[in-house]
Ligand binder design. Sequence first.
Ligand code: ADP
Ligand code: MG
Length: 305
Amino acid sequence: MNPIIRLNEITKRYGGLVAVDEVSLTVDRGEMFGIIGPDGSGKSTLYKILATLLKPDKGTATVCGFDTVKDYKRLRTMIGYMPERFSLYQDLTVEENLSFFASLFGVSVKENYDLIAPIFGQLERFPSRKAGALSGGMKQKLALSCALIHRPEILLLDEPTTGVDAVSRGEFWDMLSTLKRKGITIIVSTSYMDEATRCERIAMMNKGHILDIDTPSNLVAGLGENLYNAVSDDMFGLLTQLRSMPDVIDCYTFGATLHVVGSNSFNSDKAMAKLLVSGHKDVKIYPAKGNIEDVFIKLTRDERE
Ligand code: ADP
Ligand code: MG
């Protein structure tokens, strides 16, 4: 393994609030690494520290062997950072935004155009359109092009797919895979749990700290729980009643069904019979396949207990 990023007990406070709490992790060169967590879990604060824009209160962070505090000037040329809600100048045109970011880094758009061509391609048709007048998906492509124009070794993408339609989201992840194949290390955050599977490894964050770090498939395999789907004609009543059953560890809404975490003594046939007796119609309880969202719920539950 060849870590390109090393975080060692990074802590950041805003007044009395601990936004990032003793976070330690490493990211390997060339890896697609995900930071997954709900709003407020500390993702953006961590990004700002990695991007050398914020000093940690405690701990150290190195990128390519350089310290994010002491060597910040050097690091800024090696990092491509796409902040939350993008960093574009809304009143500048597509072309002007790109040239501006290139000039910040002392490069010409031309010399690195090969890297962004597959992404920027669709924007070539309207170079004079103001960034503010682009669709969400197009803004995202322009912002990514701007973050790449100096050919960074590392891409820091903070929730790049938030507020972007599902088709553009899919396309965006495909673009990231292409960039990864070119050797760029990518650290990408999201609060969409389904996007986690597009990463090689993920850090699951909650309330400033790391719950676990592993490959998505290892995390799901580690669920080791009796997981079921449950449906009936009265979903709310079903939720309340399942939660009150002694052999049910947890029950929560999951898309159009409920997910039930049963203890070893949970028996789905007996539970269905009980629910039918108490007036539920069309009750079905059947085995469910867990995913990253179930992992997140389990990890936060384990922590509470
Ligand atoms: P995320 O990106 O996962 O939503 P953030 O890093 O933005 O998380 O925020 C983590 C916590 O720190 C939140 O509770 C947020 O309200 C708080 N926070 C973030 N930035 C500031 C700031 N500049 N001043 C005070 N509190 C902040
Ligand atoms: Mg954020």
